[in-house]
Design a protein. Structure first.
Lengths: 258, 947
């Protein structure tokens, strides 16, 4: 680990399983990622202080008992107390992927302002794992996705990822540039609700949202699983599009600059 | 196990009914399942979750509803629920006391986090409201066959209460009198105690204890029964065998091991001696591989059986200090459209078994975070009462990092889940024939998995491995602590105290604690000075650790209950005292053929093949498996232009490249009853061909054998097994591909209440694990580019007996089952060299359905047409399933070079076309089908069959 590498922390609960994947993605993007379990965090809540970037990783924390992300969020709220707000205070980019997104929503960090839960069971009623294309809306304010001009390609792997909120909430998020990623066709045009381009029935094809500051991104798909070109399902047909390393580089670059 | 903060006595249970706000699909599906079970009057079944709370006066249960128990976006919740509903019937279920209940545990944990410090008991259940015209008898049927599983749940009509009584077993240990018993007496004893030992084995036990000068304790007898069970001891595979005419047959296990020894591949690190086989991968990593069956448990409790099947094989790989990186599943079921009225008593409907098994596989792999990347599903009426569930796992470990030798003085350490009464006598259960009562009497044999606990165990083991905290490790599988500690102590001996084993609940008898197959446990031999460091690692991942004794060096296995020995056995007798079984095999008779093979419309036959339930796409199943987690997946189960083309083998890059690992599977459920030896050769060749097709080096392929067979005490069944093992060995030697591990599951039979035995067809699953030298040279099966040339490599013979063509024609016409192709090993090496030279654009294995199906699948994958011409008998050319063949796509400029590289063994069939049509001209009728029709058929939309 080089001294110039940006210290990042990946938080894992019992049942988190893509902590290693996202730590590898962060390392590839120039960070030095450390995985911290809930038990370690409880022993040492200050473990987060040195982190310039924080990721809540995906998986099945606590087997999704009580609802995905719920117990993870209750644990974090209990451990960090006021520190939950402090997570954001230092201009630190925060990323929640899949179960980590669900956890940030339960914590009230997304969509922000202690809003209601916005993630419901997939329209298909089941867990699905398939590759999707993600377009970056032009008007976005998210530090993780701003400036990404090519659509991203990566897998989803979830059963409860349908973005679902009252129309006024969706409209407010759209208007404030908090929609960070949208399920799209391979050309980047919105999926228009069409299955399986929109794999779960999310309103407005929303795949990821940020908080009002743009620092906190939550998304259901797994950009950490498309860092190398050979991970793409059509690599053998010469398809090299949609690598997600730029998203992690964005986060690391922003953290380094702030 | 329910969740609890402290213990509560005296107060009343309250129950919160939680209903999902999104309804419809699930209720429809349950209704459809009910109708499938022969209750046509059901219109729909609504399900709600029940959360039972029992607490002291200061707990604000209402406050818990919004914070912990429900989500207003998703749920409606009520403290009231009715005994009856208008127009419907109410059934409620709760888990048996002691069954792992993660939701209840989560509620208790969540309640503590929001400030509940007072006592709180939690239990969960389900409520079903069954609407429609349903009689009492119908409701009984629905309860026993759909809504509740008696293995893990209680059911009641109307409201139910949590089930609490955990019966205390006697803590007493009693001697069992063997002295003076004759064969009949010993046999009666074996039956009475469910030992599944035969008189010769019990005579050996009797003689041993006569020599010791005392009777065995009941615990010792149970330990011997487990250790000597077919499941653990592989009695048939180690037996002294002969043909009926007296010709001796080398023991089957020795034949397999001799094959590996003869091949003497320098890259085999460990074969047959540990929990999993180990082979070299690249210059710093090794790969481990193992596959297991979980057939009987999946027949009785499909979800739990398959769930723990995956969990068990992952622990096998963890048991050689390897990190699991891929899971596989090969599943055999009865036809999903089986008429419920034809089911033998006590047998679950194939569709329920299938759905439960698939959900169980998905649940464990997805939650633990291991990609499920390869598998197969076969349907045949012979599997209706005996479904087969093969679960495989590949793992990765740094070269030389696995330590497997305990030292004297090492502590015996158990980590992971607590021990309960689940899975008692699983090994003996797995070794018996099932009948109508099996579901009831074997209830306790089925375990319930908890993948989250296993994920913690996995993290602990890998961290402990890297820190050098143990000298040996093994998983707790069949036979529980008895097998795990018994195997680890096989050389040194051990002295352990049962009181130190963490329990889910009190009241276990000593033998129950020692033999329980409770899941998610590993046993480690840990030097005393490293216990503290291991405990720190366990704390990090919230995993429980218990130090229960030590490895002694006196070659005795001593098990104590509160200090008093309940087992004191010589480990030499325990592991080597079993008399070898003598068995006689007979040459199997070949079933009579019937019908005539005649195909007027080969295009129609091709569509029928593509749409057949055994050949069609399983993508709807695979979508439910996470095949991407860990980020190492290079080739996934379906690929190509539209992501729906079948691949020959999955490819993973655990080290990030350039080397990658290919996992291929060979299985054929149709050939075994006709010609078991040819079946085995074919299945081995298919598994190898699959990994060669994606770019694996034929000189770096390791094999796993998994046999699922009927009762080998029937001479013809044993004869089929002998022929299959001989075929396995011959094919492996021909290819230079060694076996590194294997497993057999025998007695897959069901004794119906009609007195008939329902046996499975001889079923062999071969896993091939190959090394792809450079993941950038991986080859896939989808057609790539217009104008490319399509070659057939390998020779086609008239080998249509048992073919899938016959299956869709509804005949079993005479002919030959595909036999050995002794040129295929050299052919695969030439093909691999051509791939390394960059000459191959696509390659696809020919197997079920022959050339016609393979060509169609290449077209589907590429969404391109193929224009081909083949000579010879059209039916043979199109549909024969001869071994050793592939279709290969080559760029036009490389065509000549490819033929040279193949030494002339490449027949030019035609080209890839822009027009999306599959055209195959023959000496007879021509196949001409739009690719869109092929896509639809492969997705299971059955066109009008006009073959």
């Amino acid at each position: 680990m080089s001294a110039s590498r940006l210290p990042a922390v990946v938080i894992a609960a019992p049942g988190t399983n893509r902590d290693g994947d996202v730590a590898a993605a962060l390392d590839a993007a120039g960070a030095a990622a450390r995985i911290v379990t809930l038990a370690e965090l409880r022993d040492e809540p200050k473990a987060l202080d040195a982190a310039r970037l924080v990721v809540v990783a995906g998986g099945f924390s606590f087997a999704d008992a009580l609802g995905s992300g719920k117990l993870f969020a209750l644990e974090l709220a209990d451990i960090l107390g006021e520190g939950v707000a402090a997570l954001l205070a230092a201009g630190r980019p925060v990323l929640g992927i899949c179960n980590g997104f669900q956890t940030l929503v339960r914590l009230g960090l997304l969509p922000g302002g202690a809003g209601p839960n916005v993630l419901a069971p997939n329209d298909s009623g089941r867990f699905e794992c398939r590759w999707v294309t993600l377009a970056v809306p032009a008007a976005g304010r998210c530090v993780w996705t701003t400036g990404l001009d090519e659509p991203l390609a990566c897998p989803v792997a979830h059963g409860e990822g349908r973005f679902h909120a009252p129309t006024d909430v969706v409209d407010r998020l759209e208007a404030s540039g908090q929609v960070a990623l949208r399920y799209s066709g391979e050309d980047g045009a919105p999926a228009g609700g069409g299955y399986p381009a929109n794999p779960n029935g999310s309103a407005n094809d929303i795949a990821g949202i940020c908080d009002p500051t743009g620092l906190v991104l939550g998304l259901m798909p797994h950009p950490e699983n498309h860092i190398h070109d050979w991970q793409h399902p059509r690599f053998h047909r010469g398809d090299r599009r949609g690598g997600c390393l730029p998203l992690f580089r964005n986060g690391v670059r922003h953290a380094a600059a702030s | 196990m329910g969740g609890s903060v402290g213990a509560v006595a005296g107060s009343e249970w309250r129950c919160l009914t939680v209903r999902g706000r999104v309804r419809g699909a699930a209720a429809e599906e349950l209704g459809a399942q009910a109708r499938l079970l022969g209750v046509p009057g059901v219109t729909r079944i609504e399900r709600a979750s029940l959360v039972f709370l029992r607490h002291g006066p200061r707990v604000d249960a209402d406050g818990l509803v919004g914070t912990v128990l429900t989500d207003p976006l998703l749920h409606d919740a009520s403290w009231d629920r009715s005994e009856e509903v208008e127009g419907g019937r109410v059934v409620e279920t709760v888990l048996h006391a002691g069954v792992t209940d993660p939701v209840a545990q989560a509620v208790a944990r969540g309640a503590r986090l929001v400030g509940v410090t007072e006592r709180l008991d939690v239990a969960t259940g389900s409520r079903y409201e069954v609407y429609g015209n349903v009689s009492e008898a119908d409701l009984d049927r629905l309860i026993t066959r759909l809504l509740a599983n008696p293995v893990v749940e209680h059911a009641a009509r109307g409201r139910i209460e949590p089930h609490e009584a955990v019966g205390d077993s006697s803590g007493d240990v009693e001697p069992v009198t063997l002295t003076g018993l004759d064969d009949a007496g010993l046999d009666a004893l074996s039956r009475r105690r469910g030992l599944a030992l035969d008189p010769a084995e019990l005579l050996a036990v009797q003689a041993h204890f006569a020599g010791v000068g005392r009777e065995p304790t009941d615990v010792e007898l149970e330990v011997l029964a487990q250790t000597w069970s077919e499941h653990c001891a592989h009695k048939t595979f180690r037996a002294t065998l002969s043909w009926a005419d007296g010709t001796p047959i080398p023991p089957l296990l020795r034949q397999l091991r001799d094959t590996t020894d003869a091949i003497a591949a320098p890259w085999v690190r460990s074969a047959f001696v540990d929990n999993a086989g180990i082979v070299a991968f690249d210059d710093r990593l090794d790969l481990a591989i193992k596959a297991e069956t979980h057939n009987h448990p999946s027949a009785v409790e499909p979800f739990g059986g398959a769930n723990t099947g995956v969990g068990g094989v992952l622990r096998d790989v963890l048991g050689v200090s390897a990190k699991p990186i891929a899971a596989t599943d090969v599943l055999c079921f009865g036809p999903p459209d089986t008429d419920p009225a034809t089911l033998p008593t006590g047998v679950l409907h194939p569709r329920r078994i299938r759905d439960g098994v698939i959900a169980g596989v998905a649940d464990y792999g997805n939650k633990l975070g291991v990609p499920t990347v390869a598998g197969a599903i076969a349907y045949d009426p012979a599997y209706t009462a005996n479904p087969l569930v093969f679960c495989g796992c590949v793992g990765v470990l740094p070269t030389g990092s696995h330590r497997s030798t305990p030292e004297v003085g090492d502590r015996v350490v158990v980590i992971g889940g607590r021990t309960g009464r689940d899975g008692i006598r699983g090994a003996t259960f797995s070794s018996m024939t099932m009948d109508a009562t099996t579901g009831e009497v074997a209830g306790a044999s089925v375990q319930i998995g908890d993948p989250i606990v296993e994920k913690g165990v996995l993290d602990v083991v890998l961290a402990a491995r890297d820190a050098g905290l143990y000298n040996a490790i093994t998983d707790c599988g069949a036979g529980g602590l008895s097998s795990a500690v018994g195997e680890m102590a096989a050389v040194l001996g051990a002295d352990v105290e049962l009181d130190l084993v963490p329990r889910k609940y009190p009241g276990l008898a000593p033998w129950e604690a020692w033999l329980s197959e409770a899941q998610e446990r590993m046993v480690l031999a840990v030097p005393g000075d490293r216990i503290g460091a291991l405990r720190d690692v366990c704390d990090r991942y919230e995993v429980e650790l218990a130090d229960i004794g030590e490895f002694t060096g006196d070659r005795r296995l001593v098990v104590r209950n509160a200090g008093t020995p309940v087992v004191d056995l010589d480990v030499g007798f325990l592991h080597d005292g079993r008399p070898a079984r003598r068995m006689t095999a007979a040459r199997p008779t070949v079933p009579a053929a019937h019908g005539t093979r005649s195909v007027a419309d080969p295009g129609g036959a091709l569509l029928a093949l593509l749409a057949h339930v055994n050949l069609r796409s399983n993508q709807d199943v695979v979508i439910g498996y996470d095949h991407e987690v860990l980020g190492g997946t290079v080739v996934r189960p379906y690929g190509g232009a539209a992501g729906d083309g079948p691949v020959d083998a999955s490819v993973l890059a655990p080290g990030g490249g350039p080397e990658a690992a290919a996992i291929g599977i060979g299985v054929n459920t149709r050939y075994g009853a006709l010609a078991a030896g040819r079946m085995a050769w074919s299945v081995v060749d298919e598994a190898i061909r699959n990994v060669v097709a994606v770019g694996a080096d034929p000189d770096r392929i390791a094999l796993l054998d998994n046999f699922s067979w009927g009762d080998p005490r029937r001479p013809e069944t044993l004869g089929q097994l002998v022929q299959a093992v001989e075929g396995c060995c011959a094919a492996a030697r021909a290819h230079g591909a060694p076996y590194v591990s294997g497993k057999d599951s025998l007695n897959n039979e069901y004794l119906g209440d009609d007195g008939l035995r329902h046996a499975i067809p001889p079923t062999l699953v071969i896993h091939a694990l190959g090394i792809v030298p450079d993941l950038r040279q991986t080859v896939t099966s989808d057609a790539k580019a217009v104008g490319d040339v399509i070659f057939l490599v390998g020779r086609t013979l008239d080998e249509l007996r048992g073919s899938h063509l016959d299956l869709v024609l509804g005949i079993d016409a005479d002919g030959s089952v595909p036999g050995p192709d002794h040129d295929s090993p050299a052919r695969y090496r030439r093909l691999h060299a051509a791939m390394r030279s960059g000459l191959v654009r696509a390659a696809h294995d020919l197997s079920e359905g022959g050339l016609a199906v393979a060509a169609a699948e290449m077209a589907i994958g590429g969404r391109l047409g193929l224009d081909l011409r083949i000579d010879g008998d059209p039916v043979v050319s199109l549909f024969s399933e001869s071994n050793g063949r592939l279709l290969v796509e080559v760029a036009p400029d490389d065509a000549e070079g490819f033929v040279t590289a193949m030494g002339g063994d490449a027949l030019r069939l035609g080209t890839v076309t822009a027009e999306p049509t599959l055209r195959v001209a023959t000496a007879g009728p021509t196949i001409e089908l739009p690719v869109a029709d092929l896509v639809r058929a492969f997705a299971g939309h059955v066109p009008g069959v006009s073959a």
